[in-house]
Design a binder for this molecule. Structure first.
Ligand SMILES: [Zn+2]
Ligand SMILES: [Zn+2]
Length: 124
């Protein structure tokens, strides 16, 4: 593993969020000022293909990267855009029971207003 890839992976692992390529680039540059955007993109793509990280496509939000590659679903706050993990193992079972057959994969994004935004006074 190259130094660049190690750095990119450690940034993702240390974050408790789902980071966009731009955010990863910004954080990587703090530690390795010589790193290029293309290097970050190429490494993220390669790690996505190798199953080390997972690229998330969510409508209306920039693609971001997930260090958790096991199946799980996402909550998206419609106010602040924050993405949170949610584990719904019973859902796949329920879909399969309804269909009467195995499924390969599914993607689910649940839209909601996150607890912080619910507490905060409404924006003007
Ligand atoms: Zn929010
Ligand atoms: Zn996730």
């Amino acid at each position: 593993m190259t130094k660049q890839r190690e750095l990119i992976l450690s940034i993702l692992k240390q974050s408790d969020r789902h980071l966009t390529a731009d955010e990863i680039f910004f954080l990587a540059k703090l530690k390795m000022p010589s790193i290029a955007m293309a290097t970050v993109y190429n490494n993220l793509n390669a790690m996505n293909e190798a199953g080390i990280v997972k690229r998330l496509h969510i409508d209306g939000v920039a693609d971001c990267f997930d260090k958790i590659t096991e199946p799980h679903d996402h909550l998206l706050c419609d106010r602040c855009g924050r993405i949170t993990d949610i584990h719904l193992p019973a859902l796949a079972t329920s879909i399969e029971a309804t269909l009467g057959t195995e499924i390969e994969d599914y993607e689910l994004t649940v839209h909601y207003v996150c607890p912080e935004c619910r507490r905060a006074p409404k924006r003007r």
